[in-house]
Design a protein around this ligand. Structure first.
Ligand code: SAM
Length: 267
C-alpha cells in the first residue's frame, strides 16, 4: 500500500463535488465539506464519480503503451518537453501511464490525470512528486483555480476553458499533436487510421477563445521496431479500438515518429 505523491500535491486539488480545498488523512482524501474518496492501494484516487467513457484506455492498451514508451523510441519528445517544463506545478491531462511525467525534473510536482483507472494505477508510481487521479478532462477538473504552471497534454483530449481556469497567471499550455507524417510508413503498411491533416487547424480554433499560440516546435525521429514493438505501437493507440486483427503483418524497415509541440499562453 502506498499513498503515492498525492499528499505532496493535495493543495492543487479541488473537490469534484463542491470545489472546496482538499486534504489527505491516512488513506482518505477529503474536502472541507462532506466528501470523501478512498485511495487505491497503488496510491491514486478515483474522482470520476461514474463509469469511464468508452474511449478510456483499457489495461491492455496501457500495458502496450508502457512497454513501447519504456523502449525509449519517444525519448526525443520527452526530452524536448522536459526542457519546456523545468520546474513548478504540472497537470498532465490524459497522462496515460505517466511516462512523460517520469521525465520531469525533481523540482516539478503536480498531477497526472486520466479517465482510465488502468492508466492512473501506473501513473501513481511514475514520478515521486506527481499524484495520479482518475477524472474526466471534459468535466470540471478537480483542480484548484490558478495553481498550475504548466498544463501538458500529449495526444489526449483538451478542455481549454478548464485548462485556462487552473493555470496560474503566466502559465503555459503545452499540446503535443501528431505531425502529418507521424507513423506514415506503418500507416501505409498496415492500413491504420491516417493522421488528420486538419488536426492542427482544429487545435488552434479550439484554443483561440482562451489561449494565444506562442511557439511551435517539431520533433522528428526514425524508429527501427521489432515485431513486438510494432504490435505495441498499434495496440496502444486508436487502432486498438478500430482494428479487427491486432497482429501486424510486416515491419517496415524504418518508421517516422513526428510530433508538433505547440506552446500556448492565456490571453
Ligand atoms: C493516446 S493516449 C495518450 C496517453 C499519454 N498522454 C501518452 O502519450 O503516453 C490518450 C489518453 O487519454 C485518456 N483519455 C481519453 N479520454 C479522456 C478524458 N475524457 N479525460 C481524461 N483522459 C482521457 C485515455 O485513457 C488515454 O490514456
Amino acid at each position: 500500500m502506498t499513498t503515492g505523491a498525492l499528499g505532496e500535491v493535495v493543495d492543487l486539488l479541488a473537490c469534484p463535488h463542491c470545489r472546496q480545498p482538499m486534504h489527505l488523512d491516512d488513506r482518505v482524501l477529503g474536502c472541507t465539506g462532506p466528501h470523501r474518496f478512498d485511495l487505491a492501494k497503488q496510491g491514486y484516487v478515483n474522482l470520476l464519480g461514474g463509469r469511464a467513457p468508452r474511449n478510456a484506455d483499457t489495461a491492455e492498451m496501457v500495458a502496450a503503451r508502457e512497454r513501447f514508451l519504456g523502449a525509449g523510441h519517444y525519448l526525443p519528445l520527452r526530452d524536448a518537453l522536459a526542457t519546456l517544463i523545468p520546474s513548478g506545478t504540472v497537470l498532465d491531462a490524459g497522462s496515460g501511464p505517466g511516462w512523460y511525467a517520469a521525465g520531469l525534473t525533481e523540482k516539478a510536482r503536480g498531477l497526472a490525470l486520466d479517465v482510465s483507472a488502468a492508466a492512473a494505477r501506473r501513473a501513481a508510481g511514475a514520478h515521486p512528486h506527481i499524484g495520479a487521479l482518475v477524472a474526466d478532462t471534459w468535466g470540471p477538473l478537480p483542480v484548484a483555480d490558478g495553481m498550475i504552471n504548466t498544463v501538458l497534454t500529449v495526444f489526449a483530449p483538451r478542455n481549454h476553458a478548464e485548462f485556462a481556469r487552473v493555470l496560474s497567471p503566466g502559465g503555459r499550455l503545452l499540446v503535443v499533436t501528431p505531425a502529418v507524417d507521424h507513423l506514415a510508413e506503418a500507416t501505409d503498411a498496415l492500413g491504420l487510421i491516417g493522421m488528420d491533416p486538419e488536426k492542427e487547424d482544429r487545435l488552434h480554433a479550439g484554443a483561440a477563445e482562451h489561449f494565444t499560440a506562442v511557439s511551435r516546435d517539431t520533433v522528428r525521429c526514425t524508429m527501427q521496431l521489432t515485431v513486438g514493438e510494432l504490435a505495441d505501437l498499434v495496440g496502444m493507440g486508436p487502432n486498438a479500438f478500430h482494428r479487427g486483427d491486432p497482429e501486424p503483418i510486416a515491419v517496415p524497415e524504418r518508421i517516422t515518429a513526428s510530433f508538433v509541440i505547440t506552446r500556448f499562453m492565456t490571453h
